[in-house]
Design a protein around this ligand. Structure first.
Ligand code: PHE
Length: 341
């Protein structure tokens, strides 16, 4: 028995030390030390020994088991280390190699202006809201108190998807007022920028696709003076301190009263010049107090709450800011043009 153990010791240690892989090493461990392994087989013969021989043989067997286990562990560690080394070797990276030059784009000038406006409103506690460009006529018109005969519903003005004039490309961002009032409860303060679509011919100041920014405030005790004060502040942030504004009466079906906001031409100070087309004033946005019918249609009690809203064109703002004279340049995305900003 002693000889058998000696033979097992020699064979196993030799095999373990030269074992080439972790999988084979595990197989060896099972072969020598497993329940059906070689050491177990030897120990099974212990019964045939004389009683006084057994303790010494037992000790020998324990020592052998420990030595084989230690050898397996040592080999396992060595294999793991060389595997790592091999991996590192294979994955060498030549940091001196010249990199691939990627052309970096930059923000579109119109989005610079949009981000500036967003910042102003976020600073006043507004949340930015996003909504669908493919819209129901219900939201684009009906819930905004725009009746069936209104000219903007005409097929010559609006892009429709369905014969029944039910689904369309939104012609304004004002349906976002409805979405906001249906999904939120007052106090509401949102800013909703996005694309809108109208059947306009392309020229220097028109495009069938353009951008608007909608703003909406609904709360208890909101008045026209809040509208004026807030918009005056925004205008000063955009056009500079001391910019003169004029709120001119206007009509929108979904606001009452309604107005348009003009700024005095910052180029000529109101005398009239090419920038203001001789008018002395530049139209900036449409606004008004949210119509009580629109509020109640969205489940907001107009006897308790009131609100104001505005909508402004983003392109016109960007054109003014960067002194661009043709709106087509904004959409053509000629890098030679865009790179200038
Ligand atoms: N939606 C209007 C337009 O496109 C602008 C507007 C928005 C007017 C909100 C009043 C209130 O002309």
């Amino acid at each position: 028995m002693k000889e058998k153990m000696q033979a097992l010791r020699e064979n196993s240690l030799k095999a373990i030390v030269s074992c080439p892989s972790a999988e084979q090493l595990e197989a060896l461990r099972v072969r020598y030390l497993g329940k059906k392994g070689e050491l177990t087989a030897i120990l099974r013969q212990m019964g045939q020994l004389a009683a006084e021989e057994r303790p010494a043989m037992g000790q020998l067997a324990n020592k052998l088991r420990a030595d084989i286990e230690a050898a397996v562990e040592e080999r396992r560690a060595a294999l793991a280390a060389s595997a790592l080394e091999e991996k590192l070797e294979k994955e060498t990276l030549d940091v001196t190699m010249p990199g691939e030059n990627r052309r970096l784009g930059h923000k579109h000038p119109m989005y610079n202006v949009l981000d500036q406006i967003k910042d102003i409103f976020i600073g006043m506690g507004f949340e930015i809201e996003d909504g669908p460009e493919v819209e129901l006529a219900d939201y684009n018109f009906t819930k905004l108190n725009i009746d069936e005969s209104h000219p903007s519903r005409d097929w010559t003005d609006t892009f429709y998807f369905t014969e029944d004039s039910r689904i369309l490309l939104r012609t304004q961002t004002s349906p976002m007022q409805i979405h906001a009032m249906e999904h939120r409860r007052p106090p509401i303060r949102i800013l909703a920028p996005g694309r809108v679509y109208r059947k306009d011919e392309v020229d220097a100041t028109h495009s069938p696709m353009f951008h608007q920014i909608e703003g909406l405030v609904v709360d208890k005790g909101v008045t026209m003076s809040d509208l004026k004060a807030t918009l005056n502040l925004v205008v000063e942030k955009i056009y500079g301190k001391g910019t003169v504004t004029r709120f001119r009466p206007h009509h929108f079906p979904f606001t009452e009263p309604s107005c348009e906001l003009d700024i005095q031409c910052h180029k000529c100070g109101g005398k009239g010049c090419p920038t203001c087309k001789g008018e002395g004033w530049i139209e900036v946005l449409g606004a008004g107090m949210v119509h009580p019918k629109v509020l109640s249609g969205c489940g907001i009690d107009p006897d308790v709450y009131s609100g104001w809203a505005f909508g402004m064109g983003l392109e016109r703002l960007a054109l003014g800011e960067y002194k661009i004279t043709d709106m087509r340049l904004i959409f053509e995305n000629d890098v030679r043009f865009l790179e200038q900003f």
